[in-house]
Design a binder for this molecule. Structure first.
Ligand code: ATP
Ligand code: MG
Length: 553
């Protein structure tokens, strides 16, 4: 773990696990699991859950399983499973075992049969709409289905028939027999199985009935001997059902479900369904678009695994929902890159500058340190020559007040190089500035100029030796703090979330940069080599984050 990571702070789950261990509960063992549904790519909210589950297991010398909760085949795919495995590993975690809820389909079926045998479940012929009607409301109790009193033998026969494909989709469901008057609506005879003829990515057409989440999850936990089943707060009202199922059945263990607050992050969306909509409707360029809050998107943008782990530690684990500012996440990567990314120079919108008193055929190589505070990151070579490129914005013919960069007749230092003076402005017929004629002071390399102060420092590259590059300036995808509060979250998309600059020039040393390498482009921002589109001929860089928070009020 990098030095930028904060000290582990205390949280209520750590507290609780420590207590369980001191009481020798579960023989002092800690086994957790991260249970994603493979219906999309993982996002920053999942990172919180991953860091918690894998982190707790690691801290207490326990195990954490990766379990795919693959019980809704219509939205799930192998592509999503593979992306999830890649992302968990990239974040720096190793699962003890990889499981799938579908590994347990046969066992789950047997458990369901046992519930029926014990009079704790029944086959119901009410359709979805009727079930909703019979369920009652928060203020009114529900009504019992006429099928609730069906005999155990009939239920067993019907359930076997459901498995054997004798009935149509939706014709029957298996329901737990609990309490239609329970104040907790989840306890009003929840559905445990539904008939659905659909191909499953792992079990093919073996099954035409699939178990529901509330039945599958607790039993999968129990089969794996999970000790602490950590989940988000919306499952708090499902805990009585979790415990009911495990109490009614003889299972290898009875895990404890503990809820914590979901991550809610400003200026973004953490819902796979909505992220899928952004992808499917082409509002972004795929799940790994650098603007996406997915792990894949953040990786492509240039986030480091340690910056994400650091973020998850900083936000902590609580029982209360709250909103986290985007600046907290951005500061984690900014601090990491400020400390670890080598510096380089890139000119986004080049302006040609000719140094008239520099010999035509001369080219010198400047030795420049890669990081001002870290000599251990070494030096690089930067060619300097008669024609260089600077940023159009770093010259002003009519300077605004306090302009510290280059002006007509003024002096400025070229970063890590000489002081130059602008003598003449060359314009085209339309009046656009196309070139600056300058002179340099040969006595200013690594030295202050004699008898005068030069305040401004600007970045530059040599025209001849620099390399063409495309820079993609990504910004926040949404321009309101809570896009979900809009009538349609798509209306909150920031129209300026991507600016592509295709005529940039970067310093020659970047010829060696490879996919994913991260840099601070001096005065410009933190960038990384795009892992998809960058080639040796045309480098493509993604802006990971700006140098400073430009969104702060
Ligand atoms: P989504 O609504 O984005 O699909 P989900 O909860 O349905 O989220 P799962 O794949 O079921 O997604 O989640 C796997 C695990 O990650 C669960 O334990 C879930 O509680 C946790 N998780 C999902 N979103 C968040 C979040 N925003 N903050 C913390 N944990 C989360
Ligand atoms: Mg889910």
């Amino acid at each position: 773990m990098s030095s930028t990571e904060t000290q582990l702070s205390s949280n209520f789950i750590r507290h609780l696990i420590t207590k369980d261990i001191s009481n020798n509960k579960n023989n002092g063992k800690v086994i957790t699991r991260f249970p994603p549904e493979p219906n999309g790519y993982l996002h920053i909210g999942h990172a919180k859950s991953i860091c918690l589950n894998f982190g707790m297991a690691a801290e207490y010398n326990g195990d954490c399983n990766l379990r795919f909760d693959d019980t809704n085949p219509e939205k799930e795919s192998i592509e999503f499973m593979e992306s999830i495995e890649r992302d968990v590993q990239w974040l720096g975690f190793k699962w003890a075992n990889k499981y799938h809820a579908s590994d347990y389909f046969e066992q789950l079926y047997d458990y369901a049969v046992q519930l029926i045998r014990d009079g704790n479940a029944y086959v119901d012929s009410l359709n979805a709409e009727q079930i909703r009607e019979y369920r009652g409301t928060l203020t009114e109790p529900g009504k019992e289905s006429p099928d609730r009193s069906r005999s155990i033998e009939d239920n067993l026969a019907l359930f076997a028939g459901m498995r054997n494909g004798e009935y149509a989709d939706g014709q029957f469901v298996l329901r737990a027999k609990i309490d239609m008057a329970s104040p907790n609506i989840n306890m009003r005879d929840p559905a445990l199985y539904r008939i659905k003829r659909i191909h499953h990515q792992r079990t093919g057409s073996d099954w035409c009935l699939y178990p529901m989440y509330d039945f599958t999850h607790c039993l999968s936990d129990a089969i794996e001997n999970i000790t602490h089943s950590l989940c988000t707060l919306e499952f708090e009202a499902h805990r009585p059902l979790y415990d009911w199922v495990l109490d009614k059945l003889q299972t290898p263990s009875h895990p404890q479900q503990i809820e914590f607050a979901r991550l809610q992050l400003e200026y973004t969306i953490v819902s796979k369904r909505k992220l899928a909509q952004l992808v499917n409707e082409n509002h972004v360029n795929g799940w790994d678009d650098p603007r996406m809050p997915t792990i894949a998107g953040m990786r492509r943008a240039g986030y480091t695994p340690s910056s994400i782990r650091d973020f998850c530690e900083r936000i902590g684990i609580t029982k209360k929902d709250s909103w986290i500012e985007m600046a907290v996440l951005e500061n984690c990567i900014r601090e990491d890159l400020n400390e670890n990314a080598p510096r380089a120079m890139a000119v986004l919108k080049p302006l040609r500058l000719v140094i008239e008193n520099y010999p035509d055929d001369q080219a010198e190589i400047l030795e420049v340190s890669n990081h001002p505070q870290k000599p251990e990151l070494g030096n690089r070579k930067i060619p300097f020559s008669k024609v260089i490129l600077i940023e159009q914005d770093d010259f002003a013919e009519i300077p605004p007040p306090k302009f510290k960069r280059l002006i007509a007749g003024g002096e400025v230092r070229l970063r890590s190089s000489y002081v130059i003076k602008c003598n003449e402005i060359i314009k085209d017929e339309a009046g656009n500035i196309i070139e600056l004629r300058c002179s340099y002071d040969p006595d200013t390399l690594g030295k202050k100029p004699e008898g005068r102060k030069v305040k401004g420092v600007i970045h530059w590259v040599s025209e001849q030796q620099s390399l063409p590059a495309e820079l993609r300036l990504y910004d926040r995808l949404f321009n309101v703090a809570n896009p979900d509060s809009e009538e349609n979250f798509l209306d909150a998309i920031n129209p300026d979330s991507l600016e592509i600059l295709t005529d940039c020039r970067v310093e020659a040393s970047l010829a060696e940069a490879s996919s994913g390498d991260r840099f601070q482009f001096e005065r410009t921002g933190y960038f990384c080599v795009d892992s998809v589109d960058s080639t040796a001929k045309k480098l493509v860089f993604n802006r990971t984050v700006t140098l400073r928070d430009t969104w702060a009020k």
